[in-house]
Design a protein around this ligand. Structure first.
Ligand SMILES: [Zn+2]
Ligand SMILES: [Zn+2]
Length: 391
């Protein structure tokens, strides 16, 4: 049937990492996200071979559209490779995602070089950067609330919360409406508003990034970020010792700096490394304010006196002279937020992907939780990688 809809996770099914999903609407072949994953220090990628073994796709050149929900590496890390093999597809993401993607992929090249990757000298690093840049230049940026009509379906884009630039994508075939959430947050974060789901639209199917869909006891603690921030500020104040915060993910580095700035009432100088400063300046050009008068870029040598240094590079050459504080935090939606989201959208069908294993055999899933709720009509699919589902 011309309006049949199929779905297959190529990565990021019942685990986190390498998010990449095939969606077929009528005869349109679509890919949602193209991430990489990491397990035990090794990277893994989506399985594109399982896609070309379906009856629908013989060659990656038959992919029409690629949509990138947001710029985390588990959603975008494999994009340049995918663009290389799906040469005829058009790629859609927001302007901010595009900018963050560029930086994350550059950063990756930089890291592989400094890790002593043989043959990746300065010049080949520069070549790879240019290759990434020219690929990304061909991407058309989309805006929130924009709709593109592809004939067989329309795609509209909505704010997803989570990180700046993140979008949800609504596919409307005329008969069916399918929402891909990407990672999302219901409530505002330091740098984003919460997600905005189209209120007046009856959504039939939600493809939901449900990291904690099997973790009923997981409760999001936005306070953990603020505890860390206060710890760092108190340490810098009370000891007078230069304090370095190592935040390994660029986007977390930005969020952490924003939180530091909000709590830094004494005006302790906060220095930032060059990669982080580059990305922050770009974001500010896109109207996302982050810095204040106490922020400076680190110079050729570490400054004297008490200060805080925020870096995304654990191998930074200045770190020897600092008290180092590793920083990591997560602000993913928890179990009750997910329930709230599903109840608000009340889709006929929820396809759960990007879903981590249960912590114990006694953990109930979001499906069991929602089933016990009388006015919820949602049927669940916990989609497995390489399995083809008719939606
Ligand atoms: Zn994410
Ligand atoms: Zn993710």
């Amino acid at each position: 049937m011309i309006s049949d809809i199929y779905f297959m996770p190529l990565g990021g099914g019942q685990r986190v990492g390498a998010s990449c999903y095939f969606l077929r609407i009528g005869n349109a072949n679509i890919i949602l996200d193209a991430g990489i994953g990491k397990k035990n220090g090794l990277e893994f990628e989506p399985d594109f071979y399982s896609l070309v073994s379906t009856p629908f796709v013989q060659s990656m050149n038959q992919i029409g559209q690629i949509y990138i929900s947001h710029a985390h590496m588990d959603h975008v890390g494999c994009l340049t490779k995918l663009m290389g093999c799906a040469g005829r597809s058009a790629v859609y993401m927001t302007e901010i995602t595009k900018m963050l993607t560029e930086y994350q992929l550059y950063d990756r090249i930089y890291c592989s070089r400094s890790a002593g990757d043989p043959g990746s000298g300065r010049d080949s690093g520069e070549d790879s950067r240019l290759a990434v840049k020219s690929l990304l230049e061909n991407i058309a940026a989309v805006s929130y609330m924009q709709t593109i009509d592809f004939g067989i379906y329309k795609a509209s884009f909505f704010p997803a919360g989570h990180i700046p630039g993140a979008m949800m994508i609504l596919f409307d075939t005329g008969k069916r409406k399918i929402l891909y959430t990407g990672d999302y947050s219901l409530d505002p974060t330091l740098l984003t508003e919460g997600c905005k789901v189209p209120a007046d639209t009856k959504i039939d199917t939600v493809i939901l990034c449900g990291l904690h869909a099997k973790h009923p006891d997981y409760v999001k603690k936005s306070s953990s970020l603020f505890k860390k921030v206060n710890f760092v500020l108190e340490n810098a104040e009370s000891t007078g010792q230069p304090t370095a915060c190592v935040v390994l993910q660029l986007s977390k580095g930005i969020e952490f700096l924003k939180a530091l700035n909000e709590q830094n009432r004494r005006g302790i100088p906060i220095y930032i490394d060059r990669p982080l400063m580059g990305i922050i300046r770009k974001m500010e050009q896109l109207s996302i304010p982050i810095m204040n008068q106490h922020n400076k870029m680190i110079g050729e040598s570490p400054p004297a006196g008490p200060h805080i240094f925020v870096t995304s590079d654990s191998g930074n050459r200045f770190l020897g002279g600092y008290r180092k504080i590793p920083v990591d935090f997560t602000l993913h939606e928890d179990f009750s937020d997910m329930k709230r989201f599903i109840k608000a959208v009340n889709p006929r069908q929820a396809v759960i992907v990007h879903c981590a294993k249960e912590y114990s055999v006694f953990d109930r899933t979001i499906e069991q939780e929602v089933m016990s709720d009388g006015d919820c009509r949602t049927q669940f699919i916990f989609a497995e990688e390489r399995e083809l589902y008719k939606l």
